[in-house]
Write a protein that binds this ligand. Structure first.
Ligand SMILES: [Zn+2]
Length: 404
């Protein structure tokens, strides 16, 4: 049975130490390298799609989360406030929306700026009970790929469709295979903010954006402030969860009194679209580790090229090639320890996509013999050609190990 917790330990991607606390995993260098590559990709994808990135702190004053409605409607999922003094209490945020509302409010806004897309890969916290925690799939400290678009009502349809397109593009690059789309609606027995007319209008807008898309309606799964489209995944144990989401919110613009000046000079209320392309880094990697069984596509493999000198005489040549690979933007390592057969087996165990053997002949003429993770062995080729081959696969973000 594939389990990201066991693979994460075997591949040294992350560690869960009881001393640090349950649901508070630590990313080890190889896991961090893979995550870094994914974060850079997502940030660039967003930048090209017109998002502006910000940084905001993972905690804020109690009043901020009273205003946002989180303390009124979501307190059960939050850590208790921290009191510094009688009138100074802080809250670990359960969402980034309140800070992003403040970004919108930082100065006057014009209709010309809309849609204003504010993005951040930011930290947030959920007080999950210890019984449900495990590895990266359920955690208490969450690094969310998040964004909020502030737009006019008549821009919502295009914005939601564009978010769905970006989600599809990111999933294809990462190797995410969604199990389905869900339209999450209000259900009985829960508390929601906002009036019925706003909810009905938000649902109509999402339905219109989903025209022609296969979707399952899920009453009771909405956010407390609005309906959402959720893109679902199923993990190796068959558990379903949400990886990507688009949510409509008429409530927070009211609470934060957000407005922009329209073309006719009047002040108007924007709509807030909450969206995540790939969810939290934790849940995303719990899924990616399992779906790829640790063998990530080369572009986010922690080590892309492992160089194996045949013996000590080729150590300098292998180190030189590793430096050239790093200078070309690749992640490379040299492994000297043990027999060649043992090192090749260890590279396979670590799911390293490319292994380069450097023997006396390769050292003499500046070539390398590449072995692919799937067992294929290529004829010796000049080092520059080998680095070009790997670089082309990485740049294409392909799951294949050879350029198409
Ligand atoms: Zn939000």
């Amino acid at each position: 049975m594939i389990d990201h917790r066991r693979l994460g330990r075997d591949l040294e991607l992350f560690v869960s130490d009881p001393l640090a606390g349950a649901g508070l995993p630590i990313w080890l260098p190889d896991g961090a390298a893979a995550r870094h590559a994914v974060e850079e990709y997502v940030r660039e994808l967003e930048r090209r799609a017109g998002y502006r990135h910000v940084y905001s702190p993972p905690l804020g004053k109690r009043e901020l989360f009273e205003l946002s409605g989180h303390l009124g409607y979501f307190a059960d999922d939050m850590f208790p406030p921290m009191r510094l003094s009688a009138d100074d209490e802080f809250v670990l945020r359960p969402a980034l929306c309140p800070h992003h509302a403040l970004v919108f409010r930082a100065r006057g806004r014009s209709y010309r700026e809309l849609p204003l897309r504010i993005a951040e890969l930011g930290g947030m916290y959920r007080a999950e009970r210890s019984g449900v925690l495990g590895g990266l799939s359920r955690v208490r400290a969450i690094s969310l790929n998040d964004a909020h678009t502030f737009c006019a009502l008549d821009q919502v349809g295009d914005e939601v469709r564009e978010v769905l397109r970006l989600i599809g593009e990111a999933h294809a690059a990462l190797g995410v295979r969604p199990a389905g789309l869900r339209l999450s609606l209000r259900g009985p027995g829960q508390r929601y903010v906002g009036d019925d007319a706003s909810w009905a209008r938000a649902e109509d807008l999402l339905r219109a954006a989903l025209d022609g898309v296969d979707v399952v309606e899920a009453p009771g799964e909405a956010a407390f402030y609005g309906p959402k489209i959720d893109i679902q995944i199923v993990d190796a144990a068959g558990r379903e969860s949400t990886i990507s989401t688009v949510q409509l919110d008429f409530d927070k613009p009211e609470r934060f009194d957000l407005s922009y000046t329209d073309s006719d000079g009047r002040r108007k209320r924007p709509v807030m679209v909450h969206r995540s392309l790939v969810g939290s880094m934790e849940r995303l990697f719990a899924y990616l580790i399992e779906v790829h069984e640790g063998a990530f596509p080369a572009w986010y493999a922690p080590v892309q090229l492992l160089l194996l000198p045949l013996d000590a005489a080729q150590a300098d040549a292998a180190a030189g090639l590793a430096h050239r690979a790093e200078a070309a933007g690749l992640r490379a390592e040299v492994d000297h320890a043990g027999s060649l057969g043992a090192r090749i087996r260890d590279a396979a165990r670590r799911r390293i996509p490319y292994t380069g053997v450097v023997g006396p002949r390769e050292a003499a003429d500046g070539s390398v013999s590449l072995r692919l993770r799937d067992g294929r062995v290529l004829d010796p080729m000049p080092a520059a050609q080998a680095l070009g081959l790997i670089g082309a696969v990485v740049a294409s973000r392909s799951a294949a190990l050879l350029p198409v």
